[in-house]
Design a protein around this ligand. Structure first.
Ligand SMILES: C[S@@+](CC[C@H](N)C(=O)[O-])C[C@H]1O[C@@H](n2cnc3c(N)ncnc32)[C@H](O)[C@@H]1O
Length: 225
């Protein structure tokens, strides 16, 4: 059996192939900027910032966002694109950050879905611990209503409708990826008031790619003790 690919290997390769180059930000960025402005928040942490299609509009919208990513290639590309932000980028995951450090705003766009259900849930819990009491956690993740494509095997199904797959083709070949049900995601934020209630954002794939992919988007506030 060969060595299993890691998310960082797969994403390094994807960014070298030009992933997201020239792509516009997701519309959720406007919701994040609006929520931050309402709350008077001017800084935050972006987990899985990639090569910057969403991070740079957040920065240009007035947020001093620190970017964190396990892909060294993503961080390199972003630093090359915006040298003025190089000292606000970090190659690593949440565990690599100083113990106990929190931010008033934490953002995860299409990152907390990496791994199986247990890994995805642990990642969300770890991100929650990085939010200051009263601060905001902005989440966009895979939804279970997605027509999963390309080839994959379903590896687990939860009673709440969430499931995980292992891809057998394409850019994520060999990677485990989780698809959350709405109830499952809501349950992870039990006791966190919604600033932007959970909603589904659906995107039709461009033919010949089949079907659609759906993402949950929401912003929650960490309760104050
Ligand atoms: C689907 S891409 C999204 C990138 C960016 N958020 C965007 O929307 O353009 C997922 C990103 O998460 C990163 N990633 C995956 N697991 C991670 C982890 N545990 N910690 C930090 N970054 C991670 C990958 O390297 C990749 O850049």
């Amino acid at each position: 059996m060969g060595v299993l690919p890691t998310a960082s290997d797969a994403w390094n390769e994807e960014y070298r192939r030009g992933r997201y180059a020239g792509e516009p930000p997701v519309a959720f960025v406007d919701d994040i900027l609006a929520a931050a402005a309402r709350e008077g928040i001017d800084s935050g942490l972006y987990v899985g910032c990639g090569n910057g299609r969403n991070l740079l509009p957040l920065v240009d919208g007035g947020l001093d966002v620190m970017g964190l990513d396990v892909s060294a290639e993503a961080v390199r590309q972003l630093a090359r694109r915006r040298p003025d932000r190089a000292d606000r980028l970090r190659h690593g995951d949440l565990e690599s950050l100083p113990v106990g450090r929190t931010w008033p705003l934490v953002i995860g766009i299409q990152v907390f879905q990496h791994g199986n259900r247990d890994q995805a849930h642990r990642h969300i819990r770890a991100a929650q611990r990085r939010v200051e009491p009263g601060g905001l956690l902005c989440v966009r993740v895979n939804a279970a209503g997605t027509d999963v494509w390309p080839a994959h095997e379903v590896t687990e199904r939860g009673a709440d409708g969430g499931f995980s797959v292992s891809y057998t083709a394409g850019a994520k070949n060999g990677l485990d990826i989780h698809f959350f049900s709405g109830d499952e995601l809501q349950q992870l934020f039990d006791g966190w008031p919604a600033v932007l209630p959970i909603r589904a954002h659906r995107t039709e794939r461009t033919p010949p790619a089949p079907g659609q992919w759906t993402q949950w988007e929401a912003i929650w506030r960490r309760p104050r003790p």
